[in-house]
Write a protein that binds this ligand. Structure first.
Ligand SMILES: NC(=O)c1ccc[n+]([C@@H]2O[C@H](COP(=O)([O-])OP(=O)(O)OC[C@H]3O[C@@H](n4cnc5c(N)ncnc54)[C@H](OP(=O)(O)O)[C@@H]3O)[C@@H](O)[C@H]2O)c1
Length: 239
């Protein structure tokens, strides 16, 4: 008997990085995963690796409200939701553009909140559900050249805590998983020379996507009334 046998889980951002590792880890633990992201080919690779009986896929852009509504309907039956999709661009605070700011706030805050609300409505109607928000160490601290990204993660953390506060009485459990630097491609969109120099000067090894996936797995294996509210993961040696 696997620990998540019979559990149905929606994972956003499952085409790469932390979301992909999480979808695979949960599938290996027995869950039926609905995996989403924009890149359908990457989702198909994930499905081929996990097996179609373990991972279903639905590709689309979470910034598209129509797709978010379709996804929420497809996920109306899930027991758990890993709200993971996100984007990042590091740059000096005076050099971030309106486009950078809008892109990060739209994806990390507005789209993340819209899909959370839609999934939470179904969970509340069924009187149970577990939501895991992947925020960041940057949800509580601010690092140089990460101003807007940190602002989006502070906002997402506030939304996670608000959902717990207002909906725990209706059967919802909410966990925030807040990693420090993880070895994924998310920083490929940050090309400012000062950012690249700072990343090159780093003296610690980042976490792996698998480290974060294990934290999500732990959160989902706990049983009500226990609820891990916040799991922070920091690379050893990081500030
Ligand atoms: N890596 C780190 O150091 C780190 C640390 C702390 C927290 N986090 C957080 O962890 C989460 C995952 O990050 P990661 O490092 O795994 O990044 P990643 O490898 O770049 O993966 C990001 C995922 O989000 C999806 N995504 C982005 N925009 C989307 C959109 N508009 N619609 C649908 N899906 C979208 C991407 O899929 P498509 O491109 O296929 O759409 C991809 O699957 C993010 O919320 C990030 O802020 C990361």
């Amino acid at each position: 008997m696997l620990p998540l046998n019979g559990r149905r889980v929606l994972v956003t951002g499952a085409s790469a990085g932390i979301g992909r590792a999480t979808a695979l880890t949960l599938a290996h633990a027995g869950a039926e995963v609905l995996a989403t992201g924009r890149r359908e080919d990457a989702l198909r690779d994930l499905q081929a690796e996990a097996g179609a009986q373990r991972v279903q896929i639905l590709a689309g852009d979470l910034n598209d409200a129509g797709f978010a509504a379709t996804l929420a309907e497809a996920a109306a039956h899930v027991d758990a939701f890993v709200n993971n999709a996100g984007v990042l661009r590091y740059a000096p605070v005076l050099e971030l553009t309106d486009e950078d700011t809008a892109w990060m706030f739209q994806t990390n805050v507005l789209a993340a909140f819209r899909i959370s609300q839609a999934v939470a409505r179904h969970m509340v109607a069924r009187g149970q559900g577990h939501m895991v928000f992947v925020t960041s160490i940057g949800a509580r601290e601010v690092f140089r050249m990460a101003s807007v990204y940190a602002a989006t993660k502070h906002a997402l953390s506030a939304m996670a805590r608000a959902m717990r506060l207002e909906l725990q009485g209706q059967g919802l459990r909410v966990t925030e998983v807040a990693p420090g630097m993880v070895d994924t491609d998310i920083r490929a969109s940050s090309t400012h020379p000062e950012v690249l120099a700072s990343l090159a000067a780093r003296r610690f090894a980042p976490l792996t996507a698998q480290d974060v996936a294990q934290a999500v797995r732990y959160a989902l294996i706990t049983e009500a009334p226990c609820c891990p509210d916040l799991i922070e993961l920091r690379p050893q040696g990081a500030a």
